[in-house]
Design a protein around this ligand. Structure first.
Ligand code: G3P
Ligand code: CA
Length: 265
């Protein structure tokens, strides 16, 4: 006898703590990641860049100006490009005060310190790593291998750079998702169908800006086997809308569990 078709059950999207719990604490500091862990985020997002001396650190911007006191500590090093500073130099900076005096002295963490701290403090949330610059793929993979974190369910990789994801593919075990981030203006140059067709060759999903998110995009991606994560979703009414669209995950600065449950039911 043939089995009756099962009604499809909408799953709640996973909650990705964007730059940590960056609505509550300075982005990409251990304070922000700890808080995301305490809020039971499903994943903690870390934007990764490389220092002048080849160390991997968490930092969103290409320069240090917005989220540290580099302009004061190194007044003659304009425009304060991250890659022009050694790790020792970066460790002299305060990455917390710009957000609030309560976080004065929070340092820029290395990716290795993040892994150590989460493990030591038994914060179980896996990392959702964005490679902010092409060329750091091997270094990132080697570090994760050293800590036995290059496993399904422990890591998701994302990048705006197709070449980064293409370089990661042969270095990464199957089951670790590679997510192609889509820019706000991406579809001015290329149709969604053409873009998804290309992405499906080397990636497992897309990271879509909230401004582009629609049922059509979600369906088109799902029909090619691509998962859809949307950035950056802070308003409950947007979360409810995206739940209804069937997105697979959302990046949020406020990964508080009660908010997510209320909005998705
Ligand atoms: O990675 C998703 C989202 O974080 C992409 O934008 O600029 O916040 O890294 P951005
Ligand atoms: Ca990011």
């Amino acid at each position: 006898s043939s089995a009756a078709p099962q009604p499809s059950v909408a799953r709640e999207p996973i909650i990705i703590a964007h730059r940590g719990a960056s609505g509550h604490a300075p982005e990409h500091t251990l304070a922000s990641y700890r808080l995301a862990g305490r809020m039971h985020a499903d994943y903690i997002e870390v934007d990764v860049r490389m220092t002048k001396d080849g160390k991997l650190i968490a930092m969103h911007d290409t320069t240090l100006a917005r989220t540290t006191n580099a302009e004061t500590v190194y007044p003659h090093r304009s425009p304060w490009h991250v890659g022009d500073f050694s790790l020792a130099e970066l460790k002299r900076l305060d990455a917390g005060s710009w957000f609030s005096k309560r976080f004065a002295g929070e340092p820029i963490p290395t990716l290795e310190e993040i892994i150590h701290t989460l493990e030591a403090e038994r914060i179980d949330a896996p990392l959702y790593i964005e490679l902010k610059q092409p060329g750091i793929e091997k270094a990132v993979v080697q570090l994760l291998q050293k800590h036995h974190d290059l496993q399904r369910g422990r890591i998701i990789f994302q990048s705006f750079h197709p070449e980064s994801l293409q370089a990661l593919r042969p270095l990464t075990p199957r089951g670790i998702p590679l997510i192609q981030l889509i820019g706000e203006r991406e579809t001015a140059r290329i149709s969604p169908d053409e873009l998804l067709e290309r992405v499906a060759v080397y990636a497992d999903g897309i990271g879509l800006p909230l401004s582009l998110a629609s049922k059509e995009w979600v369906n088109a991606a799902h029909s090619r086997g691509l998962i859809v994560h949307v950035y950056t979703v802070n308003a409950p009414h947007d979360l409810a809308r995206l739940c209804a669209m069937g997105v697979d995950g959302i990046f949020t600065d406020y990964p508080d569990r009660p908010a997510r449950i209320a909005a998705c039911r």
